[in-house]
Ligand binder design. Structure first.
Ligand SMILES: Nc1ncnc2c1ncn2[C@@H]1O[C@H](COP(=O)(O)OP(=O)(O)OP(=O)(O)O)[C@@H](O)[C@H]1O
Length: 229
C-alpha cells in the first residue's frame, strides 16, 4: 500500500532535511503507528503521501500511484484512494454533520442517490446517526472527530492517514476514536496514524515506525512507544 524507498525531503528555510533516506513498506490492510518527537518529520511524511508536497529524491508509491513522477492531473485520482483525519478535525462550520460528510462525495461527483444512501450508513457506523442535523459547534471534540472520520471513510478509501487524531481529546474519548479506527482497519482499509499518544500505542501493540530527526530509527511489528527493555 505504501512503498517508500530512500525518501528525502528538505525545506528551503531549514538546513537539515525534514526526512532523510526514509524507507518503509506498509502492506495492504496493515495498521501502523508513526511516532517521534515534535519536528521528527511525521507530518512531512503524511504530506508527501497525500502529494501535498513533493519528495526531493527516493521513490514513493502509494496505493499503486507512483508519486515520484506523478503529474498534477493525476493527483485527484490519488486523493480519491485516500482518506485523512487531522488533530483539529477541519470540519466546515456552516454545514451540518451530514452535509460535511456528503461534501466529500459531492466533490468527487457521486450521485445524489448514492450520497443519500451512504452518508446515513456511515454516520451510523461512527455512532452519530442521531446527530446528522447538528452543526460542528454543537458537538463534543470526540463527536467532531467522529464526523471527520466519517467524512474520510465515506468513500471507502484503501488507505486512511491520521495525523494526531487524538491530540485534542481526553484519554477516554481517544480510546473510543482508536476503537473506531480499528474497526475501519478491520474492513480492509490500511491505516497509518501519526501520534504522540503513548497510552494508545502501548495498549494497541501494533506496528510502530519511529522517526528521529527525519530518519527511521525503529520499525517494530508489535511495538510500544518507548523501547522495550
Ligand atoms: N512548510 C515547512 N517549511 C519549512 N520547514 C518545515 C515545514 N514543515 C515542516 N518543516 C520542518 O520540517 C521538520 C519536520 O516537521 P514535521 O512537521 O514533519 O514534524 P512532526 O514530526 O510532524 O512534528 P509534530 O509532531 O510537532 O507535528 C521540522 O524541522 C519542521 O520545522
Amino acid at each position: 500500500m505504501i512503498s517508500a524507498s530512500r525518501v528525502t525531503k528538505s525545506y528551503a528555510s531549514v538546513p537539515r532535511p525534514a526526512l532523510s533516506d526514509v524507507s518503509v513498506e506498509i502492506d495492504d490492510g496493515e495498521f501502523a503507528f508513526l511516532i517521534g518527537a515534535s519536528g521528527s518529520g511525521k507530518s512531512t511524511f503524511l504530506r508527501l503521501l497525500l502529494r501535498e508536497d513533493r519528495l526531493d529524491s527516493g521513490r514513493l508509491v502509494v496505493a499503486g500511484h507512483d508519486l515520484t513522477r506523478m503529474k498534477n492531473s493525476d493527483v485527484p485520482g490519488l486523493r480519491r484512494s485516500l482518506g485523512c483525519v487531522f488533530q483539529d478535525f477541519r470540519l466546515l462550520p456552516g454545514k451540518t454533520v451530514a452535509e460535511n460528510v456528503a461534501f466529500a462525495l459531492q466533490v468527487i461527483g457521486k450521485s445524489r442517490r448514492t450520497i443519500e444512501k451512504v452518508v446515513p450508513e456511515t454516520l451510523d457506523m461512527v455512532g452519530l446517526g442521531t446527530k446528522a442535523n447538528r452543526r460542528p459547534h454543537e458537538l463534543s471534540g470526540g463527536e467532531q472527530q467522529r464526523v471527520a472520520i466519517a467524512r474520510a471513510f465515506v468513500n471507502r478509501p484503501v488507505l486512511l492517514l491520521a495525523d494526531e487524531p487524538t491530540g485534542n481529546l481526553d484519554p477516554e474519548t481517544s480510546e473510543d476514536i482508536m476503537l473506531l479506527l480499528d474497526r475501519i482497519n478491520r474492513t480492509g482499509t490500511t491505516v497509518l496514524m501519526a501520534t504522540h499518544d503513548h497510552h494508545i500505542v502501548d495498549r494497541s501493540r501494533r506496528r510502530v515506525v519511529e522517526l528521529v530527526d527525519g530518519a527511521v530509527v525503529r520499525d517494530d511489528a508489535r511495538g510500544t512507544y518507548g523501547v522495550d527493555r
